[in-house]
Design a protein around this ligand. Structure first.
Ligand SMILES: O=P(O)(O)OC[C@@H](O)[C@@H](O)c1c[nH]c2ccccc12
Length: 257
């Protein structure tokens, strides 16, 4: 699956290279970038990162009718501590433009995509995203990941490093990641197993912020995962299935908003 994503991204990277060679420069966004990591651990926070996800490879179309700002306003009102915005277009029907559409809500934004090249980081700097996903498995060469990670940090973008298993986690720790996301989804079968993040969170160390992602759909799962030590939970499909995704979040957080 990741190989497919990588191929889909290569066309975008080639276009970014072409634009750069033609002298095009991205102007960095100069508005506010609220802190992402801090928002996940602030006392009293819901610890829920709500995701705007219109479609996915496992589900096909999830919700194409609710526009980003409307869905994310519902999330904000229901107490999301941050937003994750799928910007990948081929498999997830996302767009980079969604980030600026929802920025007025004032929540920290995570750009969810498949990042493989420094020019994608530069392009992200032109958006109001506070954080950017880096998936360990996308890199055969750990130095490449380390360089992108460092580039994000020098540009003031918080890298969220996604791991699937213990080996990924070793590599994430080796490059000094402090925001670690465990993805519960098996990329070959596309099934989810929350046991993954329950097992791996035992290796959480001081100074690290941990996010559990994928396959979370009930208030009971939310409390179990939080009790196990995950700082935040990232939820997409279970919320986007509602005509009004904010309503989904109210239900998932146990009725309080
Ligand atoms: O829709 P779910 O099962 O709640 O999952 C959300 C999120 O974890 C998932 O969208 C995701 C996690 N890592 C990714 C990397 C790329 C694209 C998508 C993802």
């Amino acid at each position: 699956m990741l190989e497919k994503f990588r191929r889909a991204k290569q066309a975008e990277v080639d276009e970014l290279i072409r634009l750069r060679d033609a002298g095009h420069r991205h102007l960095p966004f100069d508005g506010p970038r609220p802190k992402f990591g801090a928002a996940l651990t602030r006392p009293g926070t819901s610890g829920i990162i709500a995701e705007y996800k219109r479609a996915s490879p496992s589900r096909g179309d999830i919700n194409l009718s609710v526009p980003p700002l409307q869905a994310c306003r519902g999330y904000a009102e229901a107490g999301a501590c941050a937003l994750s915005i799928l910007t990948e277009s081929t498999y997830f029907k996302g767009s980079l433009g969604f980030l600026s559409e929802v920025a007025p809500l004032g929540l920290p934004l995570l750009r969810k995509d498949f990042i493989i090249h420094p020019l994608q980081v530069e392009a992200t700097m032109a958006t109001p995203a506070s954080a950017i996903l880096l998936i360990v498995r996308m890199f055969d060469d750990l130095d490449e990941l380390a360089q992108l990670h460092a580039l994000c940090l020098t540009n003031g973008l918080e890298p969220v490093v996604e791991v699937f298993d213990e080996r990924d986690l070793d590599r994430a720790k080796e490059i000094g990641s402090t925001i670690i996301q465990v993805n519960n989804r098996d990329l070959d079968t596309l099934t989810t197993d929350l046991g993954r993040c329950l097992d791996m969170v035992r290796r959480k160390e001081d100074g690290e912020i941990w996010i559990g992602a994928s396959g979370i759909s009930t208030p009971e799962q939310v409390s179990t995962l939080k009790a196990a030590g995950l700082d935040a939970l990232l939820i997409g499909t279970a919320l986007m299935q509602y005509e009004n995704p904010g309503q989904g979040l109210v239900r998932l957080s146990g009725g309080q908003s």
